[in-house]
Design a binder for this molecule. Structure first.
Ligand SMILES: Nc1ncnc2c1ncn2[C@@H]1O[C@H](COP(=O)(O)OP(=O)(O)OP(=O)(O)O)[C@@H](O)[C@H]1O
Ligand SMILES: [Mg+2]
Length: 286
């Protein structure tokens, strides 16, 4: 379903859609620093359109820092600075004139710990729609239902939409958070260890959901339709193999995070270029 009312100010660009073979996002020399000290440096990475990219690597190698820069959450961290460029639809999302609030509508973020708003299930979805210009209550209700169906929650919660979202299980809360992001039809969904606080069953459900959303449409209106692109940070290598088309490996070299290799997941796991990757995916280090 498309958003019936589109606030033109929320669009990053009005240029025609590029071909599917063009990457959705191209990070060029992205460095994230805290207090002037680089945590992850010079990341060069292309995120393929409509696919799922995993980011893997040991703790502290800058996966979360890099991910957070892509929807400008890094703006909110005191002492954090980001340099380089991250081209999304031909525009640098790191540029100072990009409105981070509008950007976050196009680039959603899901965290390790589900963070639904302390309000009803219904309001968790309808509030962002209202804030983004969907004025009709009937449209908001329909779009909320569609998002709950998208994440497979509708049958589980349709009889208690007015109950607090905090009464849902952890796995249901995480799916609600994904619904809250996809209800705005983002171009890109960033997920930072979305399953690490969940049990194996809930984890499996989220993995299935990511695969289902993979073919989903993120069109904001009838002229702009393309499948959702997802980036998922995970420590679970089996999960990366199961869900990701592409994988980027981060490492710490000389005390700083770097992206050491990326490519098709099967290639990265079965025929890695870097010795660190070989040891890491072989379970010897990390
Ligand atoms: N808010 C912050 N202030 C200062 N340093 C930070 C901050 N957040 C992260 N760092 C540092 O940046 C580096 C990269 O951290 P980051 O959290 O991005 O790594 P990560 O790969 O996501 O690790 P993990 O797998 O443990 O989540 C680490 O050295 C960390 O201590
Ligand atoms: Mg992290």
């Amino acid at each position: 379903m498309s958003l019936p009312i589109l606030n033109p100010e929320l669009r990053l660009t009005t240029t025609p859609e590029p071909a599917m073979s063009e990457p959705l996002l191209r990070a060029c020399c992205v460095t994230v620093s805290y207090g002037g000290k680089p945590a992850v440096r010079d990341v060069e990475l292309e995120i393929a359109r409509g696919r799922i990219t995993a980011m893997i690597g040991p703790s502290g190698c800058g996966k979360s820092s890099f991910l957070a820069s892509l929807n400008r959450l890094t703006d909110l961290i005191g002492g954090c600075t980001v340099s380089g460029a991250a081209m999304l639809d031909g525009r640098d999302l790191l540029a100072p004139d990009v409105d981070p609030v509008a950007l976050r509508r196009r680039v959603g973020m899901i965290f390790q710990k589900p963070n639904p708003f302390a309000m009803s299930i219904r309001k968790n979805l309808e509030m962002p729609l209202k804030a983004n210009g969907v004025r009709s209550a009937a449209d908001r209700r329909d779009l909320a239902e569609a998002a709950l169906r998208d994440v497979g929650l509708w049958d589980e919660v349709s009889d208690r939409l007015n109950h607090s979202a905090l009464r849902l299980s952890g796995g249901q809360q995480q799916r609600l958070c994904i619904a809250r992001a996809v209800v705005l039809r983002p171009r890109l969904l960033l997920l930072d260890e979305p399953c690490s606080a969940l049990d194996p069953m809930a984890t499996q459900r989220i993995e299935e959901l990511l695969s289902e959303l993979r073919g989903g449409c993120c069109g904001l209106d009838s002229t702009e339709e393309e499948p959702l692109t997802q980036v998922v940070v995970t420590h679970n290598l089996a999960q990366a193999k199961r869900v990701a088309d592409d994988t980027a490996v981060f490492w710490v070299r000389d005390g700083c995070g770097v992206m050491i290799e990326s490519g098709a997941t099967q290639e990265v796991f079965e025929n890695p270029r870097e010795e660190e990757t070989r040891r890491y995916v072989g379970g010897l280090q990390g």
